[in-house]
Design a binder for this molecule. Structure first.
Ligand code: BEZ
Ligand code: FE
Length: 283
């Protein structure tokens, strides 16, 4: 080796790559890229990644991209099943106990869902066990918020979202409500079900390779927006669901699990009642 030339080794390569980040690169870029380089190098060294495994990794990431289109987002799904989406969410919402907890958005929200009036059936024509939903949108002190936009969506009793049924174009089991002066949104619907996250692609292979299942416990999604308040993206889960402890995307939080069957003991329909509390924006 000629004098003055560096040989990169397992000992010095990480520092050499870090040293190439320009000192005048934006500060956040420097922080994020330096940490990413450090962690990826540490991972490669930790598992002593072989060239064959590196090729498999490249093929896997390439395949992830190929599975993505306007109906399928395999990269987000990977983030979800590895718990990364919930970690990002937890860091962004380190809130106090007086406001409602958040969870993942998931891929099944649709822009411009049908506009619904309070009392209107969310799932007309869908056969299944009746479920009465009544939620209140309130501020941190419990004062009802009028004019909050509440998007709701859930699966069929067979565990399929509308976009997974038929040609996927029809809207069903979803709607957009607006709260009245009492902050209430209430409507009848049918009981959703637990269901698998899409697992016929590369992420499904990762799950089975780890001996993990694809199931999510029964839930109803809510996305609540009210100007001046922080948006709330969350679900309410059905207590007693067998998959609560093995949610494929780690989205369950104790405060979001409620008893939907209590009223059935008195001969009534299943019901989901919840009070959402939104903090002021930027608080
Ligand atoms: C959902 O709850 O709709 C969902 C969330 C993450 C991945 C797949 C589905
Ligand atoms: Fe869902």
């Amino acid at each position: 080796m000629a004098d003055g030339h560096i040989t990169y080794t397992t000992e010095n390569l990480t520092d050499a790559v870090l040293a190439r980040i320009a000192p005048d690169a934006p500060e956040r870029t420097r922080i994020v890229m330096a940490s990413l380089i450090r962690h990826v190098h540490a991972f490669v060294k930790d598992v002593e990644l072989t060239p064959t495994e590196w090729e498999q990794g490249v093929a896997f990431l390439t395949e992830l991209g190929r599975w993505c289109d306007d109906k399928r987002q395999e990269v987000i799904l990977l983030s979800d099943v590895l718990g990364v989406s919930m970690l990002v969410d937890a860091i962004a919402h380190r809130t106090h106990a007086s406001v409602s907890e958040t969870t993942v958005l998931g891929p099944f929200h649709r822009e411009n869902p049908p506009r619904m009036e309070n009392g209107q059936h969310l799932s007309p024509g869908v056969a299944g066990e009746p479920l009465e939903v009544r939620v209140v949108v309130a501020d941190e002190d419990g004062k009802p918020l009028e004019g909050a936009q509440v998007d709701v969506w859930h699966t069929s009793p067979e565990g399929f979202y509308d976009s997974q049924i038929g040609d996927g174009e029809e809207h069903a089991m979803r709607g957009r409500f607006v709260t009245g002066a009492d902050g209430v949104v209430a409507f009848p619907t049918v009981m959703p079900a637990s269901y698998p996250v899409p697992h016929d692609g590369p992420v499904g292979r990762v799950l089975s390779a780890m001996g993990r299942g694809p199931m999510r416990p029964t839930h109803v999604h809510f996305w609540i927006k009210k100007p001046g308040y922080r948006e709330l993206i969350t679900h309410i889960f059905k207590d007693g669901d067998p998959f609560l402890h093995e949610d494929a995307v780690f989205g369950v939080k104790a405060s979001l699990v409620t008893d939907w069957d209590a009223a059935k003991q008195a001969g009534g329909a299943a019901r989901l009642h919840y009070e959402f509390r939104l903090p002021k924006a930027d608080s």
